[in-house]
Design a protein around this ligand. Structure first.
Ligand code: CMC
Length: 429
């Protein structure tokens, strides 16, 4: 048997030595198992932002940030975006394999027949002002699903887990479209089970009861591709939030709702909305140098939104696909000379020549161009992160299912460096 790799740590203060096993995944750098670090050496480890810390084992998604590679269950994202569709990719993420034609029919029928939401849920929307951000509504309504679907909240029952997964994937477009309809004061549109996943979302967002609505196949395919690209991204902030919430035994609806809250931040999924705001603020190519100076200034909170990534130190492969899509979609559906696309491309071109961005290896990420496509599809900017949440739901659910099924699953409970007051007595007054 080959000798197992270890890493030896020597405590210079005491001379104490301890060996820690090295774990190798199928891809990626080796990982030191420090589970016994405190017991062996009496130290905690400190890694804010989890820059060097693996929080779990996972079979689902792999990113090579230096090479700009993203794989779902081993398949490159470029091939999935070109050849597959969102529901087949969802099957792949949930069950580990692409469906054969029988499995495809079964899975898409299940998802299409779970699209309705309980009628009482519709009453929730009336509690929100018309100007509520659709992400705020999404968090509330998805969290409330656990109050309705008691027959799928027993996390120890695999059938419950699977039904909850199907319900979440199927109902998310219905809930999201209803948030949009509420914000513009139009009646909710019921799902149509003869439509594709994205076709159904488009008709629930854009049709009105008084008129016929035909789903545009170009818009439908564009949205489907964007959803494939956003479906999973291993242990990012929202997925880690879902796993941490789930590690306590919380029900899946509550866990996904907590993932949505984490996604909303502008450093994560909220960046797609922030990119459009930034482009609007920059306004003109001539202002780009001034905004780049702001982005480089440590004393200025301004950052180039849609740029940079914790893991990708190369062009984000998703951004490459979306950048190409932008031209195709805008040529067919929108304004081929969209000033925002022109501005974004010039901004990218100029930024990528600047030492600041080269040295820090900052490239456009998935959010840099996605908003421009959403705009061409007629989707307003406050719905951009909602679109991301719909697509990412399958990733969250797959990661949650994987975690719950682990035989040695434990509650997530990080340590801290306490820097507050040491023990002191309550003063006599
Ligand atoms: N504009 C200007 N400077 C930046 C940017 C940016 N967008 N991103 C990173 N930097 C600088 C940062 O100031 C730091 O410089 P220094 O070394 O001088 O202190 C260096 O680059 C490293 O940045 P960091 O903040 O330590 O990197 P991080 O891994 O902690 O943060 C990030 C990653 C994505 C939060 C960050 O790049 C960022 O805020 N980008 C803008 C927001 C954005 O586009 N987010 C979407 C991410 S992709 C979609 C998703 O997964 O949700």
């Amino acid at each position: 048997m080959p000798k197992q790799d270890t890493v030896t740590i020597i405590d210079n203060a005491t001379g104490k030595k301890a060996e820690f096993p090295v774990i190798r995944g199928s891809e990626g750098p080796p990982v030191v198992d420090i589970g016994r670090f405190y017991r062996e050496l009496g130290y905690f480890t400190f890694d804010p932002g989890f820059v060097s810390t693996a929080s779990c084992r996972s079979n689902i998604t792999f990113i090579d940030g230096d090479a700009g590679v993203l794989l779902y269950r081993g398949y490159p994202i470029e091939q999935l975006a070109e050849k597959s569709n969102f529901l087949d990719v969802s099957h792949l993420l949930l069950y580990g394999e692409l469906p054969d034609s029988k499995q495809h029919d079964q899975f898409s029928s299940i998802i299409r027949h779970h699209t309705m939401i309980n009628e009482s849920l519709k009453g929730f929307y009336d509690g929100f002002y018309h100007d509520a951000h659709p992400m705020a509504i999404l968090v509330g309504v998805v969290g409330s699903l656990s109050a309705f679907y008691h027959d799928s909240t027993d996390i120890h029952n695999p059938e419950h887990r699977e039904i909850a997964a199907h319900r979440l994937i199927a109902k998310m477009p219905t809930i999201a479209a209803a948030s949009y309809k509420h914000s513009i004061g139009e009646p909710f549109v019921y799902p149509r089970n003869d439509q594709s996943y994205c076709g159904n979302l488009l008709q629930m967002m854009f049709s009105i009861p008084s008129e016929r609505y035909e789903v545009d196949p170009i818009a439908e395919r564009a949205l489907d591709m964007i959803f494939i690209i956003h479906a999973d991204h291993e242990q990012n902030a929202s997925t880690s939030t879902v796993r941490l919430a789930g590690s306590s035994g919380a029900n899946p609806f509550a866990c996904i709702s907590s993932g949505i809250t984490a996604l909303w931040g502008p450093a994560h999924g909220g960046a797609n909305e922030a990119v459009l705001q930034m482009l609007a603020e920059i306004g003109d190519v001539k202002n780009i140098p001034r905004y780049l100076e702001k982005a480089k200034d440590r004393n200025d909170p301004f950052r180039l939104m849609g740029f940079g990534h914790r893991v990708y130190k190369n062009y984000d492969p998703r951004a490459k696909i979306i950048r190409k899509m932008c031209h195709e979609v805008l040529n067919k559906l929108g304004d081929a000379n969209d000033p925002y696309l022109e501005l974004a491309m010039r901004l990218e071109e100029i930024a990528l020549k600047e030492d600041y961005f080269i040295e820090r290896r900052l490239y456009p990420n998935v959010d840099f161009y996605s908003g421009i496509i959403y705009r061409a599809l007629g989707i307003p900017s406050n719905m951009f992160t909602v679109m991301f949440a719909i697509a990412r739901t399958v990733g969250w659910v797959a990661q949650w299912m994987e975690m719950i099924a682990e035989p040695d699953q434990r509650i997530g409970r990080p340590r801290q460096i306490y820097t507050g007051a040491s023990r002191r007595d309550y003063p006599d007054r």
